[in-house]
Design a protein around this ligand. Sequence first.
Ligand SMILES: *[C@@H]1O[C@H](CO)[C@@H](O)[C@H](O)[C@H]1NC(C)=O
Ligand SMILES: *[C@@H]1O[C@H](CO)[C@@H](O)[C@H](O)[C@H]1NC(C)=O
Ligand SMILES: *[C@@H]1O[C@H](CO)[C@@H](O)[C@H](O)[C@H]1NC(C)=O
Ligand SMILES: *[C@@H]1O[C@H](CO)[C@@H](O)[C@H](O)[C@H]1NC(C)=O
Ligand SMILES: *[C@@H]1O[C@H](CO)[C@@H](O)[C@H](O)[C@H]1NC(C)=O
Ligand SMILES: *[C@@H]1O[C@H](CO)[C@@H](O)[C@H](O)[C@H]1NC(C)=O
Ligand SMILES: *[C@@H]1O[C@H](CO)[C@@H](O)[C@H](O)[C@H]1NC(C)=O
Ligand SMILES: *[C@@H]1O[C@H](CO)[C@@H](O)[C@H](O)[C@H]1NC(C)=O
Length: 425
Amino acid sequence: MAVACNCRCCLQGVLLWAALWPALSPWTTVALAAAAVPAKLKAAPAPVVAGPVSRVEDARMFQIYYGQSFKVIKNSGDGKSYLLMQNTSKMASKTKYCTGRIKSFVIPLANFSVDTTASPVSFFELLGVLENLKGITSNQVASECVLQSYTSGNTQLVNRTDAQTLSQFSAQFISNIDEDKGCNFAAYVPLEEDTPLQRAEWIKYLGTFTNSEDRANAVYDAIKRNYLCLSKAAANLSTRFKPIVAWIEYTQGMWTFVKESYALQYITDAGAEIVDATITNKRFNSSDSEDMDNFHAILCTVDVVIDQTYALEPAEYKLSTFLENINVSHDSCFSFVSNRSIWRFDKRIGASGTLDWYDGAISQPQLVLGDLIEVFFPTGNYTAIYFRNLAKEHVRTHGAYNPALPMMNPDEHKDFSSLLADSGN
Ligand SMILES: *[C@@H]1O[C@H](CO)[C@@H](O)[C@H](O)[C@H]1NC(C)=O
Ligand SMILES: *[C@@H]1O[C@H](CO)[C@@H](O)[C@H](O)[C@H]1NC(C)=O
Ligand SMILES: *[C@@H]1O[C@H](CO)[C@@H](O)[C@H](O)[C@H]1NC(C)=O
Ligand SMILES: *[C@@H]1O[C@H](CO)[C@@H](O)[C@H](O)[C@H]1NC(C)=O
Ligand SMILES: *[C@@H]1O[C@H](CO)[C@@H](O)[C@H](O)[C@H]1NC(C)=O
Ligand SMILES: *[C@@H]1O[C@H](CO)[C@@H](O)[C@H](O)[C@H]1NC(C)=O
Ligand SMILES: *[C@@H]1O[C@H](CO)[C@@H](O)[C@H](O)[C@H]1NC(C)=O
Ligand SMILES: *[C@@H]1O[C@H](CO)[C@@H](O)[C@H](O)[C@H]1NC(C)=O
C-alpha cells in the first residue's frame, strides 16, 4: 500500500496532553478503562444475552434493548425501531419487518453501504468494520482508509438515488432521514445530538449492527475519559476571567454567531466563554454600516475568533479574506487581531479536499477539545489537528493530508486496548 495509515489518531491527543499535565496521567486512566470492559460485562447478571452489550450513557437520540438472540434499537431521529436478529437465530429466517415504525435486519451485517455525501464514515473506521463497507455514494471522503478501500476495489461507488442497486446491501446507512428509500435503509443521526460526547456515542449504535459492542464500548470509554480529563484540566487553567470567544459565520452578506449547542459545549468544556447569547441573537448585514458598527462593538469584547465561513477552496481563505469580510484592517486594535487568534476548523483535509471536521471530528471529539484548549491557553507545544490560525498562517499542504498528522487504519486498530497500552510508554 502506498499510503501508510497510522491509526494513533486519538492517541496523539491523549499523549500530548499527558505530557502537558503529567499529574492527570490520562494514559493509565484510559488504558484501565478499556481493559476493564470485558470483566465488567462478565460480572453483569441477567438478562441472558448471547453476546456483549452496549449501554447508552450520554446520547439522547437512541436506546438499545437486548434479547437473547436479538436487539432492538429505538432511534428518536427517525422515530423507528430497528429489530436486529442474530443470523444464527430461528427468528432471522422467518421474520421480516418493514413498516413506517419498525424495520428488521439480520446481523452481523454481511455487508453495508453508507451515504457518504452526508454521513460521517469515521465511526465505521473506528469500529474496524471497513472490510464490510461495500458501497459509498461519494468518494469525496476525508478518510484515507476509506479511499484506500475504494481504490483497491473492496468498496464500490454507488448512485445514492438508485434504490434498486442500494437494495443489494444488507444495510444502507444514511444520516438524512428524508432519504429513506428502502427496507434496508438505517438512519444514524449523531449530528442531532446536543453535545460532542453524545455525538461520539453513536459508535455504539452502529456497533450493534456488526456485533462490535466490545469494540464500540472500548472506543467510547477511551474517548470519553480523555475528553473529561482534558475538560477538567481546562477548567483548572481558567482564571477568574475566561477567554471570550466569538464563533461566527458569514453567509450571503450576513454575519451571524453560531448557535449550535455542540459548538457552545466545546467552548465551555475547553475553559472559555462564548459571547453572551443575549447580544448575539442577530444577523449583521456587511453592507450596512450601522450593522457593522454593532458587530464591531461586540467583537471588541472578544479574545478569540472562530470563523466557520464556508470556503469552496479552504486554502484560499486567508487572513485578508476574513478581514475584508468583517471590514477591518490588519492594524486594527481588536484584541484577536493584535493577539493573532483567528481560527478555522479546516486544517485537516482529505485527499479529495473534504474537511475531516465533518467526519473524524464527530467521532473523536477529544481531539477537537485538545485543539481548543491550545487555542484558548496557548503553550506553543501542541500541534493542532483541526484548527488553523489564520493570523499565524503556517505553510499548508493543500489537497492532501499533512503527513505529520495522524490517520486511522482499521487494520492497526483491531485491538484498541492493547494499542492504548503499548502507546503508553
Ligand atoms: C453468521 O454471520 C457470521 C459472521 O459474518 C458468519 O460467519 C456465519 O456464517 C453466519 N451464519 C449464518 C447461519 O448465516
Ligand atoms: C442515479 O439513479 C437515478 C435513479 O435510478 C437516475 O435517474 C440517475 O440518472 C442516476 N445518476 C447517475 C449519475 O447515474
Ligand atoms: C451482501 O450480503 C448479502 C447476504 O450475504 C448478499 O446476498 C449480497 O449479495 C451482498 N451484497 C453485496 C453488494 O456484496
Ligand atoms: C487542579 O489544580 C489543583 C491545584 O493546582 C491541583 O491540585 C489539581 O490536581 C488540578 N486538577 C486537575 C484536573 O488538573
Ligand atoms: C444588506 O444591506 C444592503 C444595503 O443596505 C441592502 O441592499 C441588502 O438588501 C441587505 N441585505 C439583506 C440580506 O438584508
Ligand atoms: C468599512 O470600513 C470603512 C473604513 O473604515 C468605512 O468607511 C466603511 O463605511 C465600512 N463599511 C461598512 C459597510 O461598514
Ligand atoms: C494576548 O494573549 C496573551 C497570551 O496568550 C494574554 O496574556 C493577553 O492577555 C492577551 N491580550 C489580549 C488583549 O487579549
Ligand atoms: C513541551 O513538550 C516537551 C516534550 O513533551 C516538554 O518536555 C516541555 O516541558 C514542554 N514545554 C512546555 C512549555 O510545556
